[in-house]
Design a protein around this ligand. Structure first.
Ligand SMILES: Nc1ncnc2c1ncn2[C@@H]1O[C@H](COP(=O)(O)OP(=O)(O)OP(=O)(O)O)[C@@H](O)[C@H]1O
Length: 266
């Protein structure tokens, strides 16, 4: 079943300049698609357009059908039912998703209560379980903490727990590990990989990092200056890139890997 169908998506500035240009792709239920591109290639604008969250003044044209709802031109009420339940998002900076003045536990409790109808002690237990599932130590302490009282890696796990609490069909992860330390990055990727596999959830994984995308997705789409230059099974895209631009990205990633290998043997 096709969960997300994007046809000819074009995002323009108020002045009419296209920043995402005629983009088409689809995500099947349970499929993991990686959106790869350098900084400024249009990855974030694409994900924002999928949820009807483009900045003021920008416009989207084309078709974006998410779980049967046409997003472009949808009312705010229609969009609210799609966001969270059909598609939830984890951004690079977890602070964008978290309210700085609300304890972490309450922030997870809200989407959980909305979906499950749980209240009181049973809701508190469910919050503890949600924190435990994203491998947060001492879930009771974390639940009582404010976002600034926990580490960046822990905040990103909380943001993931909030997204998963909605049990979305599609998880959009926009550079979810970029702001984290390398060791924490690997843990977070493994966690994300395990949790979405367990749930059979579809994922749109956005990253500038080919190696990261190859690790957690089945298909990849390479974006350059707002246009798709290549798409296909991730192992083909990384192993036998067709487009000149993808070849450059792959060569760059290999050079980096080789440099890191060299460093680790010193
Ligand atoms: N609010 C805005 N107003 C005008 N131009 C914008 C706005 N937001 C993004 N852009 C431009 O649109 C293009 C695509 O931006 P986008 O944020 O989607 O890129 P990206 O691939 O997500 O980059 P990064 O990896 O750095 O986040 C860039 O050229 C950017 O400068």
């Amino acid at each position: 079943m096709t969960l997300l169908d994007v046809r000819g998506l074009t995002v323009r500035t108020a002045g009419g300049r296209p920043l995402v240009d005629d983009l088409s792709f689809s995500v099947e239920a349970g499929e993991r698609l990686g959106l790869i591109g350098e900084s400024g290639s249009g990855k974030s604008l694409t994900t924002l357009a999928l949820l009807g969250l483009l900045p003021d003044g920008m416009t989207a044209e084309g078709g974006v059908e998410l779980a049967g709802t046409q997003i472009i031109g949808a009312t705010e009420k229609q969009l609210r039912t799609v966001r969270g339940h059909r598609a939830a998002v984890v951004f690079q900076d977890p602070l964008t998703a978290l309210d700085p003045l609300m304890r972490v536990g309450r922030q997870i409790a809200e989407p959980l209560a909305r979906r499950t109808g749980l209240r009181g002690k049973r809701l508190r237990t469910a919050v503890g379980e949600a924190l435990d599932r994203v491998r947060l130590p001492e879930p009771e302490r974390i639940a009582r903490a404010f976002p600034h009282e926990i580490s960046g890696g822990q905040r990103q796990r909380v943001a993931l727990a909030m997204a998963l609490a909605c049990q979305p069909d599609l998880l959009i992860a926009d550079e979810p590990t970029t702001a984290l330390d390398v060791s924490v990055q690997a843990e977070m990727l493994d966690l994300l990989d395990t949790l979405v596999r367990e749930r059979g959830m579809a994922v749109l994984f956005v990253s500038h990092d080919l190696a990261v995308v190859a690790r957690v997705t089945d298909h990849a789409l390479v974006l350059k200056d707002g246009r798709a230059v290549e798409q296909g099974p991730v192992l083909d895209v990384v192993g036998a890139p067709k487009a000149e631009y993808t070849r450059t990205l792959v060569a760059g990633a290999r050079r980096l890997e080789a440099a890191l290998d060299l460093r680790s043997t010193r």
